[in-house]
Structures are given as C-alpha cells and as structure tokens.
Design a protein around this ligand. Structure first.
Ligand SMILES: Cc1cc2nc3c(=O)[nH]c(=O)nc-3n(C[C@H](O)[C@H](O)[C@H](O)COP(=O)(O)OP(=O)(O)OC[C@H]3O[C@@H](n4cnc5c(N)ncnc54)[C@H](O)[C@@H]3O)c2cc1C
Length: 424
C-alpha cells in the first residue's frame, strides 16, 4: 500500500510529493490528465510557447525560491497597461489618467473628492468609498463584471489584500497632470524562466515525482481509506492529500452529510477560454500584460509571451494570449469561432496588428481559474474544509483549499499539507 497518495500533479501536489522525498518517504501522485503542471502547464504551438494565462513569479518564500531559482530566469519590472476605448493608460488607471481629456479627468477626480465613507459590506462599497463612484464605475466595477463574472456588490473583500492600490489624492492628481509617474504595482519584480515557459520552474519537481497519468479520481471512501480512479483502479492509502477542486471532492466522496453537500455545491470558480495568438511580426504587445475595459471586447486581460521571454516565440515573431472569463453565473453562450472573431476585432480595434499578421489563433479551455469570493463564501467553505480534514484528508492548493493562492502559495500549501498529513 502506498504511504501517501496525492490527487493532482499541479504545483501543490508536486510540492507534497517533494516534501515526502525530503523526508525519505514515498508518495504517489494520480493525475487525471496526460501531463503534469496543472495551471502551470504550457501550450506549445509551432515553435511558440504560451503559459496557461499570465503567470510570472513573485515568490519570496525560501522553500519556493530554493526550487524556482534552480531554473535560469529573467527578472522583470512589472509594468502593465490598461486599454480603455482608445486610450492606453499605465496601471493602475486611476493614478495614471494623464492621456484622458481634461473634462473626463475633472469629473473622475471630483468623484474621488466627493467619495463618502461608511459601512463596507461588499467589494462595490470598498471600491466606491476608495475611489468615488466615477472612477469605480469607469475601471474596477467594469473589470469585475468581466473578470469575476458577477457584480462587485455580490463579492466579499477578504481576497483584496495588497492586490488593489488604495486611492491617494496626491497620486491621482500627479498622474492626471504628468505622464512620468512611478510604478505602483504591488510587487517590485517578477521572475520568469529564460526557456520552457513558466512550467520550467517546476520541471525538476515533475521529473523527480512518481506520477500516474490519465487516472481521474472518481470515488473516495474516507472510512475505508480508498480512492477509485477512472478505469476502475482502486488504491488504498495511509494518508491522502487532495488538490482536486473541493466541491468535486465532495461530489465523489461517500457518505457526505447533506449540509456539507449543499455548502460544497454553493462554491464555484471562474473558467477561462484562452485565445493564444501567434504573429509573424515582432513586438505586437505594448506591455508585458494589459487589462481591457471595453465592453464590446470579451477578453479582460492579455499578456505577451515574447515580452516574458524572447525564447517563447520564433525569430521575428511575437505573440499574445487573451483571457475570457465565464462561470455558472455567466455561462458561455458563444461558439469558439465567435470568441476568436471577437478577439481578432479586439486586436484590430486596439491597433495591435492586422489580420494578415496573424499566423494562428488557438483555443484552450481552463475549467478552474479563480475561486469566486461571493458574499459568505469563506464561512461555507470553511465548514466543508473542516469536515474533510476531520475525515483524515489533507487539502492543498488553490482548488483543494478553495483559496486565492498564487503559485508560490500553492507550493507552500502542498509542502504544509504533507507535514499536516503525517502529524495527525
Ligand atoms: C488566470 C490565472 C493567472 C495566474 N497568474 C499567476 C501568476 O502570475 N503568478 C503566480 O504565482 N500564480 C498565478 N496563478 C496561480 C497559480 O496558477 C496557482 O496558484 C497554481 O497553479 C495552483 O496549483 P494547484 O496545484 O493548486 O492547482 P492546479 O494547477 O489546478 O492542479 C490541480 C491538478 O489536479 C488535477 N485534477 C483535478 N481533478 C482531478 C481528479 N479528479 N483526479 C486526478 N487529478 C485531478 C488537475 O488536472 C491538475 O493537474 C494564476 C492563476 C490563474 C487562474
């Protein structure tokens, strides 16, 4: 019988297996796909290398850096842009309004000056009180609808943390008068492998792990300590670590109380259609990545593989990848062809390239992207999580823990889950 079995070969599952190895113990990973890496996997098309959405590393934890820094990498200053109906504004838009017409700037700044403080019950309250209604509606509220797929009034604020720049009237005024503002992104540098895409950071974890591919967990019996995989393979375990999405784990587990099932059913995440575009011309993208506010453009964000690393594209070429978000609250009602057409129109509208510059437009579907922090989600999730952990299972990773984790945090989650599994 394997000592530890781990469901999922994303960074969290790989980290748990790595921790086992550090302790000279055995662990076996079972992965539903025929490839490892999960969200850190890459997409290789005709000499182009795309990641699964933006992905740059700002890891600071020693345990993560010790693994990631083995891979030769490039260090970037995280400068990004915003596209807003004909204007390119530095990020964050509210402190870089310089290119906008004076009348619009006055209106936006007046909104900030008149912003009133009060109770903060949801993300919309937070935004409107921070920035004033005019700025909030022009950028983050619009972006929330595209990226989170629901209104900001239905989102909590626990996930915000350092991610959103708080409004400071001097910064806003400075950015309205002058184009030379300092970079205000919440991290100062971001790292990316010289070659092989983001996945290269974890390639040695993949190489060293014992992974069984094409085996999807379809039934878990906590009482008997057994997992059944697609094809009928049944594996008994001493310790189980799950990085598969928490609601899915509940849906395949035996003897789950109704209350836990109901709470697990209420948890949902966004999903993404990624459109990866290869261009036969260089330097199409004006930035490492950029946000898109126009409501007629489906994509909320795009990044440039060649700006991350020139090795991601063939000589003389460039690339972009667009992220289009959906969820159970905003189901996709368009064909892939229509989504590609919309992306093509976006490229032309933004003046990035002409249709004849495009070599290919490739579609990838990502079923789990961001956990949605709708109001009260954390309380419901915590009840489900505690119940699962009481069944002797260690939960790890972005979807195992059902948390907003970056790759470094997912790695730490996997390392810690292994320690927890054996200290119980
Ligand atoms: C749009 C986007 C942008 C991001 N940008 C960044 C960034 O710039 N920097 C950063 O550090 N992080 C970023 N992240 C976060 C990062 O991708 C995640 O934290 C990390 O990849 C999650 O790893 P994981 O192992 O927890 O989950 P996953 O990568 O999802 O791995 C889970 C694995 O489990 C497998 N699995 C699922 N169900 C089953 C089953 N039933 N049986 C067997 N196997 C199963 C899946 O196939 C998958 O391989 C981003 C995430 C998204 C969505």
């Amino acid at each position: 019988m394997p000592e530890t079995i781990i469901i999922g070969a994303g960074i969290a599952g790989l980290a748990a297996a790595y921790q086992a190895k550090l302790q000279s113990r055995s662990a076996e990973i079972y992965e539903s796909r025929d490839r490892a890496g999960g969200l850190l996997d890459n997409i290789l098309i005709d000499g182009f290398c795309f990641d699964t959405a933006v992905h740059l590393s700002f890891a600071s934890e020693f345990a993560v850096r010790e693994v990631f820094d083995r891979t030769p990498h490039i260090t970037h200053i995280p400068v990004s842009l915003n596209w807003d109906n004909g204007y390119w504004l530095k990020h964050p838009a509210q402190t870089n309004m310089h290119p906008l017409p004076a009348e619009e700037k006055v209106n936006l700044i007046k909104g900030l000056i008149n912003a009133e403080s009060g109770n903060i019950c949801n993300y919309q309250d937070w935004l409107v009180q921070q920035y004033g209604y005019e700025i909030a509606e022009r950028w983050p509220l619009k972006y929330t609808r595209k990226y989170w797929t629901i209104e900001a009034a239905r989102l909590g604020t626990a996930w915000v943390g350092q991610r959103m720049r708080k409004a400071d009237i001097s910064e806003v005024l400075m950015g309205a008068f002058d184009s030379k503002t300092p970079n205000q992104y919440y991290v100062k540098e971001m790292r990316y492998p010289e070659r092989g895409g983001y996945k290269a950071f974890i390639q040695h974890l993949i190489d060293e792990a014992n992974i069984h591919y094409n085996l999807k967990a379809i039934c878990v019996n906590f009482a008997e300590k057994k997992v059944t995989f697609s094809g009928g393979l049944e594996v008994a375990y001493e310790r189980l670590i799950s990085t598969m999405p928490l609601p899915e784990l509940i849906s395949i587990a035996k003897d789950v109380p109704d209350d836990i099932k109901q709470k697990a059913d209420s948890l949902y995440a966004t999903e993404i259609d990624l459109i990866s575009v290869g261009f036969r011309i260089p330097n199409v993208s004006p930035a490492l990545w950029f946000y898109i506010y126009d409501e007629d453009i489906l994509a909320s964000r795009a990044y440039s593989p060649n700006r991350k690393s020139p090795a991601n594209v063939p000589e003389g070429c460039s690339a972009l990848q667009f992220e289009i978000y959906w969820s159970r609250e905003k189901p996709r009602n368009l064909s892939i062809e229509e989504i590609k057409q919309n992306t093509l129109q976006a490229i032309i509208k933004m003046g990035l390239a002409h249709s004849e510059d495009i070599m290919f437009m490739h579609h990838t579907y990502v079923p789990y992207a961001n956990v949605v922090f709708d109001l009260g989600m954390e309380e419901r999730r915590d009840v489900v999580r505690s119940w699962v952990e009481r069944q002797g299972v260690s939960l790890a990773g972005r979807f195992g823990e059902w948390e907003y984790l970056w790759s470094n945090q997912s790695m730490m989650s996997g390392l810690n889950a292994y320690i927890r599994a054996w200290s119980a």
